[in-house]
Design a protein around this ligand. Sequence first.
Ligand code: GUN
Length: 292
Amino acid sequence: MQIIDGKLVSETIKTQLAEKVLELKALGKKVPHLAAILVGDNPASETYVASKVKSCAEIGYNSTLLRFDAQISEKHLLDQIIALNENPDVDGILVQLPLPKHISEELVINTIDPGKDVDGFHPMNVGKMVSGLPTYIPATPYGIMLLLEYYQIPTKGKHAVVIGRSHIVGTPMSVLLSRNAYPGNCTVTICHSHTHNLKELCLQADIIVAAIGRPNFVTADMVKEGAVIIDVGINRIPDATKKSGSRLVGDVDFAAVKEKASFITPVPGGVGPMTIAALLKNTYYASQGEKV
Ligand code: GUN
């Protein structure tokens, strides 16, 4: 069994990007600039956005963080996005989700310039991804693809079971894994809350991607010997032994499942850091007018 070290791979990617920034600077060119919008004070969103902004600084990107309170009007938020679309210094725009209920996420995403949509959520970019055209691939699935590639994990002809059908992870993941490319060429089953025989399907899986958002949901009795386990979950659960009173766990019962897996991502230190590395890659591409 090998533990997939997302922290190591993400650091490798960040080092490569930092070198590219130095090359741009040496040529007198502008460095990539990511603008992040955070609405409200959801603690998880605060943590994610803070680490995105910090990572930009670490590799020499510019970043702008625009914070608004949860009462911001939809119109005002859209105006902010339009201003970023029109600002030639800004290469990538991300609006951290979820948004307060009175704001339409669909409208917000549709307002982002597709050429600056480094989350890859705009319908034009989703359409391109599904069509296999160059675009910005959503950061979490893109990060997982980079991990599969880094560890040279065989995917051709494998049965991948993706648990979760969100637009951020499950749906794009299933598209990417079934592509005629490496990593890809998997036979993909996408499972969700209405799936009847989840355990049987998981037991057939060569690769499981767990993106449900429920702590320790995937247990050892659901996993075939030698399966590859990708855990997207980031769940905070109470733990009286910790100073903070809580700890992070994934969607997979790591301690038991690792005994059966060939490869497994830990939480933390697996998929999480790769999401940021992938976002930084997308931002670099956006700054250069390139796509994956
Ligand atoms: N909320 C949870 N994941 C993401 C993400 O990848 N991008 C944005 N913008 N919001 C998120």
